[in-house]
Ligand binder design. Structure first.
Ligand SMILES: *[C@@H]1O[C@H](CO)[C@@H](O)[C@H](O)[C@H]1NC(C)=O
Ligand SMILES: *[C@@H]1O[C@H](CO)[C@@H](O)[C@H](O)[C@H]1NC(C)=O
Ligand SMILES: *[C@@H]1O[C@H](CO)[C@@H](O)[C@H](O)[C@H]1NC(C)=O
Ligand SMILES: *[C@@H]1O[C@H](CO)[C@@H](O)[C@H](O)[C@H]1NC(C)=O
Ligand SMILES: *[C@@H]1O[C@H](CO)[C@@H](O)[C@H](O)[C@H]1NC(C)=O
Ligand SMILES: *[C@@H]1O[C@H](CO)[C@@H](O)[C@H](O)[C@H]1NC(C)=O
Ligand SMILES: *[C@@H]1O[C@H](CO)[C@@H](O)[C@H](O)[C@H]1NC(C)=O
Length: 245
């Protein structure tokens, strides 16, 4: 999880999955670095942000998608086959308001139950949506590569994590669990399921996110069309399912 740094916050990195933030001024609600908010008896205090334990079951008052790392969803049993050399990811970004601008992160976690989702697949990028309300439309990256220095074998499992941050920084998490397969075993994507919508109500544009040391035309991320297309299921309830039960 990216750590927000501001003049008033001090970020302290933790060796584990997510970084943690300490608000040294003007203070904070409490020490949430080492605790998870669970009461001593194991219950979750009603009104806890993000998760409630009410009447015998867990609830997500703000919606499950805000929960790191996979929007509150456990690892799925129906893994999708995805090409061993990387493949397509198609996303519908406009299911919630607040995304006329949004940052996207696409990461991978290795194995059956990834210990973290810290392996970056594409550099962060920003989209522009047609409005700040809910909107239709999708975009598709036809050839998302594997993280650097990762060479899985056919049959290995992994999880792709897609993070969308709203303009105020709230992050929506969504994952798809995959099994690496030979591209010939994976249904190819085509113009009907992997496209960038461009109508007046669903046009989605892209902005690159630069760092000051990479202001050159070579800084474009490696999101390129590649004829070796393949499929993958996506974010926010999108997509076609070539799955594998
Ligand atoms: C919260 O943390 C406590 C103490 O570390 C641990 O015993 C408990 O299982 C955790 N609860 C959840 C829901 O992770
Ligand atoms: C709590 O759960 C019980 C059993 O499922 C149900 O009968 C009752 O209506 C619930 N109460 C509330 C306030 O939801
Ligand atoms: C896996 O099954 C769940 C529950 O039926 C479904 O919602 C989800 O779309 C499926 N995922 C894939 C990748 O097919
Ligand atoms: C993340 O998980 C990988 C294994 O998938 C492990 O090698 C790596 O050390 C972990 N990174 C962190 C920061 O825990
Ligand atoms: C990948 O997941 C599938 C389905 O859960 C499982 O049968 C298979 O053994 C896993 N592969 C590896 C290499 O663990
Ligand atoms: C794209 O692929 C899907 C599934 O393989 C197929 O149903 C659809 O007809 C194809 N569309 C085009 C335009 O080829
Ligand atoms: C959608 O737009 C992005 C950014 O310009 C591009 O990388 C991608 O290839 C496009 N997708 C398709 C299916 O053309």
């Amino acid at each position: 999880m990216p750590t927000l740094l501001s003049l008033l916050t001090f970020a302290t990195g933790c060796a584990l999955v997510s970084a943690h933030t300490l608000i040294s001024y003007p203070g904070w609600r409490g020490d949430n670095i080492h605790t998870n908010g669970t009461a001593p008896d194991g219950s979750i205090i009603p009104g806890s942000l993000g998760i409630n334990y009410d009447n015998g079951s867990y609830g997500f008052p703000y919606g499950m998608q805000w929960m790191y790392p996979c929007g509150g969803m456990p690892t799925s049993r129906n893994r999708t086959k995805w090409p061993i050399g990387g493949g397509a990811i198609s996303i519908q970004p406009g299911w919630f308001p607040g995304h006329s601008l949004a940052f996207f992160y696409i990461n991978m976690g290795y194995g059956n139950e990834p210990p973290n989702m810290s392996h970056v697949m594409v550099p962060v990028f920003q989209i522009t949506g047609p409005s700040n309300l809910e909107y239709p439309g999708q975009f598709c990256l036809p050839q998302v590569p594997l993280p650097a220095n990762f060479t899985p074998k056919i049959g290995d499992n992994a999880t792709i994590q897609v993070i969308e941050t709203a303009q105020h920084g709230a992050s929506l998490y969504n994952c798809v669990d995959i099994t690496f397969a030979d591209p010939s075993e994976v249904a190819q994507v085509n113009s009907s399921n992997c496209y960038n919508s461009s109508g007046p109500n669903d046009k989605i544009g892209f902005n690159l996110v630069f760092t000051s040391t990479s202001l050159s035309s070579e800084a474009y991320p490696s999101i390129q069309l590649n004829p070796a297309l393949s499929i993958l299921g996506p974010l926010a309830l999108a997509i076609a399912a070539w799955l594998w039960l």
